[in-house]
Design a protein around this ligand. Structure first.
Ligand SMILES: [Zn+2]
Length: 397
């Protein structure tokens, strides 16, 4: 990745339209000092600085935040995809040696260095699209040793991208492991808590029960981890309301969320993380976006990047899918991949541009023939390569 020595102070001016996290600002400039944003306003009234960058009419965004991914894994599920679109059931694919257990086997077989290299390559693809903060879960190890290996690899892959790690030992139950939840909350958690910022659990039909999920989250909370949950995706379980009552930062998926879950999330300030990639690949119904909006629940958008149900690394693609498949507005989609995604990760210092925010900024050219308007990047389906990216005030692309 090309980079320049740290310029401790720089003005980026001539931004045709800038999404600040809450509004679109025309003819904008951003003043970066010491890794943070010192000032945002009109180019014509920008302060002078020792170094400057002419955005020449580009579109500006805060560094994007992907709040839900499974980026650290080995192996391929391309064969599963072919079987699934040919009409085979997930159960039949599992029995043929595919599905999540094949990713677990490949991830266990990979060395930590191999996982670091794979994760770095994927993070580089995301950074090229302006994504500067990425959450990465474990969950393909399912032993204390292998879960810890995943989390170490995810953390080692950070830089220039910030990585937020989440322990997800309760992602799948290894066949025959009746005492598996005991192992998650004892040996796995003891090994993984020092390597993780948060804890997550897959609470659903065919996964972990509501009581098991609560036990996992309470154990993580006792160790000071942030709480997240895979909730209400396949069947309604009450997981979102339970997690909200424990103070979860986010409840994710939510295709089957009900009114009680929405009310609990609104009361607790829990962010709804929407994952339209998985919705598309699994042909699920939409989460209740109108009801979430009416209740004032902040909505974030993640890629859910994983090799099975959401093989997509492009957060811009997911922003557009959230509009098309779920009914978000363009501004909701922009907030979903910036300020609300940062809130879902407990990182309120990013995802917006204003005095005090982290100096994470990405510039984009519009597609040929299109105006340099932020909404064009949501209208066109993905593939937007950033012209320039600053991370913590340092230019990294
Ligand atoms: Zn997920």
């Amino acid at each position: 990745m090309a980079s320049e020595p740290t310029a401790s102070e720089c003005v980026i001016h001539g931004i045709r339209e800038l999404w600040t996290g809450s509004e679109v600002l025309g003819d904008a400039a951003v003043h970066l000092v010491g890794g943070r944003v010192a000032w945002v306003g009109r180019s014509s009234s920008a302060p002078s600085a020792p170094s400057s960058y002419d955005a020449a009419g580009a579109i500006g965004m805060p560094g994007l935040v992907d709040p839900h991914t499974h980026t650290t894994f080995a192996g391929s599920r391309a064969r599963d995809f072919e079987r699934r679109i040919a009409g085979e059931s997930y159960t039949a694919i599992l029995e043929a040696g595919g599905g999540i257990h094949s990713t677990v086997a490949a991830t266990r077989a990979a060395s930590e260095d191999e996982l670091v290299a794979l994760t770095r390559a994927r993070l580089a693809a995301m950074l090229a699209r302006g994504v500067t903060t990425v959450e990465i879960k474990s969950g393909y190890g399912l032993t204390a040793e292998d879960e810890a290996k995943m989390l170490r690899a995810a953390r080692r892959a950070a830089g220039p991208t910030d990585v937020v790690t989440t322990f997800l030992g309760a992602h799948a139950r290894p066949p025959g492991a009746d005492d598996y939840v005991d192992r998650v909350v004892t040996e796995q958690l003891a090994r993984c808590a020092p390597l993780a910022d948060g804890i997550d659990v897959y609470c659903d039909r065919g996964a972990f029960t509501l009581a098991e999920a609560e036990r996992v989250l309470r154990a993580g909370k006792a160790l000071g981890l942030d709480l997240r949950i895979h909730a209400e995706q396949v069947a309604y379980t009450g997981a979102a309301a339970m997690a909200a009552s424990l103070g979860a930062l986010s409840a994710d998926h939510l295709e089957r969320l009900d009114a009680a879950g929405i009310a609990a999330m609104a009361a607790a300030g829990t962010v709804a993380v929407l994952l339209p990639g998985a919705m598309l690949y699994l042909r699920d119904p939409s989460p209740p976006v109108a009801a979430l909006r009416a209740a004032g629940v902040p909505m974030a958008i993640g890629t859910d990047f994983n090799p099975g149900s959401s093989p997509v690394t492009d957060l811009w693609t997911c922003a557009t899918l959230a509009c098309l498949l779920m009914g978000l507005t363009v501004h909701e989609a922009l907030a979903g991949i910036t300020v609300h995604a940062a809130r879902a990760l407990g990182r309120p210092d990013r995802g917006w541009l204003g005095p005090g925010a982290l100096g994470d900024l990405a510039l984009f050219d519009p597609p040929p023939g299109e105006p340099a308007e932020v909404r064009v990047l949501v209208q066109y389906l993905g593939g937007h390569r950033a012209r320039a990216v600053w991370k913590g005030g340092r230019r990294v692309i």
